[in-house]
Design a binder for this molecule. Structure first.
Ligand code: SF4
Ligand code: SF4
Length: 77
């Protein structure tokens, strides 16, 4: 059985990216201590985009939400 260590109530927290605001600056990739985000190619546009690759790893530290200069990230829990 996998046991997660974190604050009570944080288990379901995960970031959502608003792609209307995101400019792929990659700050969220740099600041996330859990490597939740990654850059990948958008299959439709062929451009780079940042995706929430490992939402289950999020520990709800809110570093990404605070540091995103486009306010493109919201943490939902
Ligand atoms: S920090 Fe914000 S604007 Fe920058 S890549 Fe992440 S979501 Fe997009
Ligand atoms: S809240 Fe913290 S752990 Fe969760 S995605 Fe943002 S930076 Fe990573």
């Amino acid at each position: 059985m996998l046991i997660r260590i974190g604050k009570e109530g944080d288990e379901m927290a995960k970031p959502i990216i608003d792609y209307k605001k995101c400019n792929v600056c990659k700050t969220c990739i740099e600041v996330c201590p859990m490597e939740v985000f990654k850059e990948e190619d958008d299959k439709k546009t062929k451009k780079k985009k940042v995706v929430v690759a490992k939402p289950d790893e999020c520990i709800n530290c809110k570093a990404c939400e605070v540091q995103c200069h486009k306010t493109a990230i919201k943490i939902i829990d």
